[in-house]
Design a protein around this ligand. Structure first.
Ligand code: AMP
Length: 357
């Protein structure tokens, strides 16, 4: 989706990833399939481009540092270094005064037990590195769960976080350019299923006070990082109408996919503009909108019949062209606009349900 927007603005796109025949590769001028740690290939790639960005936060820091010797990288490698590890991310957030759930560093089974005593239960054990969509997470409901939970995440370095009985989850997608200009897409409300984003809608059903706070926190984070590009901050909204930052995504985010059809400038175009040094575009939401993810589970009996979805003329279908559908894998999404966010949700959910016999 980034490459589509870059091409619309007349740019050529080179892509680097460990596999070939990728969705971005399909529409790129040039695709390198090489390991992220193959630094000679990374150098060759970076020598040929004017600017580098990334869409996946588990790219190793050394890859980004190597690329940065030849071309500017936005956002900066140290943003990636911080956000790709939950402990570093939480430390960054809490030391800079941004609100987060109580957490503790876990390095062994004994330190997990100590953390459960300290933080209490229920709590959530999360691997420090390489986690997203609930991967590498275990809920700890009592002290006897520690053994299973620690081994369940592979006995790796982790954080234990108090379990938040949230009212809802929301996110703010925003962009900042090199001059410090900031533009946000308002607050988006998100429903997860099995820890994976299921449906998003905008504007979120939150008070204006909470909306302003969420935007201010996002802006504060972008400024602390000296961020250039599109980012997303995910929040829990507690029963006391308080915000806690759950995660920062240093890239366009799934919850912002509804901006593709519903905003004057979408989150991907905004990313292109920010990293290429162009002025940011209007983030105005043209109408209330919703998005429903299409996971690989829908391919259980072969390619779904897309004409069922498109029977509703208000529905827009986005398929990523991923080679293989697997359960839980994000394969595409549906968006719709309507007079109210709830009506837009109804449209996208009905359209998705029409695929299931
Ligand atoms: P994450 O990969 O950390 O974003 O977690 C994925 C989803 O798991 C979140 O969007 C929440 O729905 C849920 N989750 C993660 N951490 C917590 C927590 N501390 N308390 C309650 N739910 C959580």
């Amino acid at each position: 989706m980034f490459a589509i927007e870059a091409r619309k603005l007349g740019y050529r796109v080179h892509t680097y990833s460990p596999v070939s025949d990728t969705p971005t590769g399909h529409i790129s001028d040039f695709e390198i399939a090489a390991d992220y740690r193959d630094l000679d290939r990374v150098r060759d790639f970076a020598r040929d481009v004017d600017v580098v960005t990334f869409e996946f936060e588990n790219v190793p820091s050394t890859t980004i540092e190597t690329a940065a010797e030849f071309a500017p990288v936005h956002p900066k490698g140290d943003v990636l270094h911080t956000t790709q590890n939950r402990l570093r991310e939480k430390t960054f957030l809490s030391t800079n005064g941004f609100p987060v759930a109580r957490y503790s560093h876990v390095t062994s089974l004994d330190s997990l037990k100590a953390a459960v005593h300290d933080i209490g239960h229920p709590s959530v054990l999360k691997t420090a590195g390489f986690g997203y969509d609930g991967k590498g997470q275990r809920k700890v409901t009592n002290i006897d769960d520690c053994d299973d939970a620690f081994h369940g995440i592979g006995g790796e370095e982790a954080i234990l976080e108090s379990f938040i009985d949230f009212e809802k989850e929301v996110s703010v997608v925003a962009a900042r350019d090199a001059e410090g200009n900031f533009a946000h897409f308002g607050v988006i409300e998100n429903d997860h299923r099995n820890h994976i984003l299921d449906v998003s809608f905008a504007p979120a059903e939150v008070t204006s006070k909470l909306r302003d706070e969420a935007v201010q926190i996002t802006r504060g984070i972008a400024e602390k990082f000296g961020y250039v590009g599109t980012l997303c901050v995910e929040f829990f909204v507690t029963g006391h109408d308080e915000l806690l930052v759950n995660e920062i995504a240093p890239r366009p985010h799934n919850s912002g996919h509804l901006t593709f059809d519903a905003s004057v400038t979408c989150q991907f175009e905004q990313q292109v503009r920010a990293v290429c040094g162009l002025p940011l575009g209007s983030t105005e939401l043209m109408r209330p909108a919703a998005m429903a993810n299409l996971l690989g589970d829908l391919w259980e009996n072969g390619e779904p019949d897309w004409s069922r979805v498109l029977k509703d003329a208000d529905v827009k279908l986005h398929l990523y062209g991923k080679a293989e559908a697997r359960p839980g894998r994000k394969m595409g999404h549906i968006t719709a606009m309507a007079d109210s966010p709830r009506e837009a949700v109804r449209i996208v959910v009905d359209a998705r349900n029409s695929l299931i016999d």
